[in-house]
Design a protein around this ligand. Structure first.
Ligand code: ATP
Length: 325
C-alpha cells in the first residue's frame, strides 16, 4: 500500500505534515505592481528559517499573507500542516507573530502591557499569568525595565517587548519580521541567542532579515527573495556546500587533470576547453598541485575560488547583501 493511500482523506500528506509553513504560488499584486510572485515556501518543522532579501523584495508582504493580514491575489498556504485561512481559529493560537509592533499602550509599563495582552488571550490560564509574563520579560532581558512606561522605552526595548508578547505562551511556530531591527549589538546578540534557544525547545522559527550574517549565525535553512520571487531555498549546509572552495586548473590537457582531481577525492569534477575544476572538500590545494606535477600534467595556471555564501546570493540576485551585524 502506498504511503499516500494510508493517509485518511482530509489529512495532510506526510511531506506536508513535516513542514511548519508551506505555500504554493503565493502571490500579491498592488495595482500593477507584483509584490510577491508565485512563492513556494517550504519551512521544515524545527528549523530556524531565514527569509532573506533586500528591502522591498516582498518579505513583509509574504509574511502578512501567511498570517492572514493581507489577502493573496493568488495561491494558498498551510501553517502547521493546516490549510489557511480555513483552520485559522485552531492554528493561530499556536503561532507567535511579530510583524508590525502590536498596539502597546504608551502610558502603561511593559509589564502592564503584557498583562493586557495576556488577559485578552482566551487560551492562556489567568492563574499562571504573573509567572508567564515575568518569564517572558526575563527572557528578552526586560526584567529590570518591566515597570517603565512603554513611551520611555528605546526602539530596542520596544522590539524586545514585542518579542516577549509573541512568547507569552509556548508556541509551535514563530513568524518574525526583522526581529533584530533597531537593536544595538548586545540586544541583537541576545535576541539571536533567544531564537536559537526557542528552536532548541522544538518550535519552528521563521524570521525575515536583510542580513546575510544573521542567517549565517542563527538559521538552519534559508529562502532568498529577490523582486518578489523566491530565487533559492535550501538547508544552509547545502548552500554552503555549493559555495564550497573549487580548484581550477588551467591546462591544455583538461581530461588528464580531471583524472588527477578525481583520484585525489575532489568532487563535482568538470572539464571545459582549457580547464578542469573540482570542489576541494578536505583536500589541501598544495596536494593538488603536487599531484598534477607528479602526473606530469602541464599546468598553465592554478587557482582556488571560494565564492562563499555572499557571492552565491549575489549571483542569484545580482544585488549585494548587508553583511554587517
Ligand atoms: N500596501 C501596499 N500598497 C502598495 N505597494 C505595496 C504595499 N505593501 C508593499 N508594497 C510594495 O511591495 C513591494 C514589496 O514590499 P515588502 O514590504 O513586502 O518588501 P520587504 O522585502 O519586506 O521590504 P522591507 O524590508 O523594506 O519591508 C515593495 O515594492 C513595496 O513598495
Amino acid at each position: 500500500m502506498s504511503l499516500a493511500r494510508s493517509v485518511t482523506a482530509g489529512d495532510p500528506a506526510p511531506s506536508v505534515a513535516g513542514l511548519a509553513v508551506q505555500s504554493e504560488g503565493l502571490s500579491k499584486r498592488f495595482g500593477r505592481q507584483v509584490a510577491v510572485d508565485a512563492v513556494d515556501l517550504t519551512v521544515p518543522r524545527g528549523s530556524v528559517y531565514g527569509f532573506l532579501g533586500p528591502n522591498g523584495s516582498g518579505k513583509t508582504t509574504t509574511i502578512r499573507m501567511l498570517l492572514g493580514l493581507v489577502r493573496p491575489t493568488a495561491g494558498g498556504h498551510r501553517l502547521l500542516g493546516e490549510r489557511m485561512p480555513d483552520h485559522a481559529a485552531g492554528v493561530l493560537p499556536r503561532i507567535g507573530a511579530l510583524v508590525e509592533g502590536p498596539a502597546f499602550h504608551p502610558y502603561l509599563s511593559g509589564l502592564e502591557n503584557l498583562r493586557r495582552l495576556d488577559a485578552a488571550d482566551r487560551t492562556a490560564d489567568p492563574r499562571t499569568a504573573s509567572a508567564r509574563i515575568g518569564a517572558a520579560l526575563d527572557r528578552v532581558g526586560l526584567g529590570a525595565a518591566a515597570g517603565k512606561r512603554y513611551r520611555a522605552y528605546s526602539l530596542g526595548m520596544r522590539q524586545r517587548l514585542a518579542l516577549a508578547a509573541t512568547i507569552l505562551t509556548p508556541r509551535d511556530l514563530l513568524i518574525l519580521d526583522e526581529p533584530t531591527n533597531g537593536l544595538d549589538p548586545q540586544g541583537t546578540r541576545e535576541v539571536r541567542a533567544l531564537l536559537t534557544e526557542i528552536a532548541a525547545e522544538g518550535a519552528t522559527v521563521l524570521l525575515s532579515t536583510h542580513l546575510l550574517s544573521e542567517v549565517e549565525q542563527v538559521c538552519t535553512d534559508v529562502g532568498v527573495m529577490h523582486r518578489g520571487r523566491l530565487v533559492a531555498q535550501a538547508p544552509l549546509a547545502e548552500l554552503r556546500a555549493s559555495a564550497a572552495p573549487r580548484a581550477r586548473v588551467e591546462t591544455d590537457h583538461p581530461s588528464e587533470a580531471a583524472l588527477v582531481l578525481r583520484e585525489l577525492g575532489l568532487v563535482e569534477v568538470a572539464t571545459a576547453a582549457r580547464e578542469a575544476t573540482g570542489v576541494l572538500g578536505s583536500v589541501p590545494p598544495e596536494k593538488v598541485v603536487a599531484a598534477l606535477v607528479h602526473a606530469a600534467v602541464p599546468v598553465r595556471g592554478f587557482a582556488v575560488n571560494a565564492p562563499g555564501l555572499e557571492e552565491l546570493f549575489v549571483s542569484l540576485t545580482g544585488e549585494g547583501f548587508d553583511v554587517s551585524g
